[in-house]
Design a protein around this ligand. Structure first.
Ligand code: SF4
Length: 135
């Protein structure tokens, strides 16, 4: 029976979120950087921050992490650029000035799935699948 109820569950552990949610919104410094159904967010293309989160989840790692652990640049105290992508100061996939000067728009990755990144969607799609990469 459909009851019309929605729950908002907030966690830093994307593995836990994936177990209980229908949709995931990945946020970095208060902005949504990727949003979509769980099965879409757990499959390429990924936002680089989503990929880093997935590569750090031990539970998913048992079945296959997203390739090698994706390490972020700097640390949490590294200041974000005044404008541009909020993740640019930590993004290992940073393209250069465009990332530091222009905020990336949310772009469709698939129906109902969107990613905010300047990298071409085809490039983001080349990341290994979080759940299918055999561990
Ligand atoms: S827009 Fe640039 S800095 Fe931001 S996530 Fe994409 S590649 Fe990384």
């Amino acid at each position: 029976m459909v009851r019309g109820i929605a729950y908002l569950f907030i966690s830093r552990d994307i593995g836990v979120v994936a177990h209980i949610a229908d949709r995931i919104a990945v946020m970095y410094r208060g902005a949504i950087v990727e949003e979509g159904p769980v099965e879409a967010v757990l499959a390429p293309p990924y936002h680089p921050y989503t990929q880093a989160l997935l590569s750090a989840v031990p539970l998913l790692g048992q079945r296959g992490r997203v390739g090698v652990r994706l390490r972020l640049l700097g640390d949490v105290s590294t200041p974000a650029p005044a404008r541009g992508c909020r993740f640019a100061h930590r993004c290992p996939a940073r393209l250069g000035p465009v990332c530091e000067e222009e905020a990336p728009p949310m772009r469709p990755a698939a129906p109902g799935h969107a990613i905010a990144c300047h990298r071409p969607m085809e490039e983001l799609a080349r990341a290994p699948h979080a759940l299918l990469a055999a561990g």
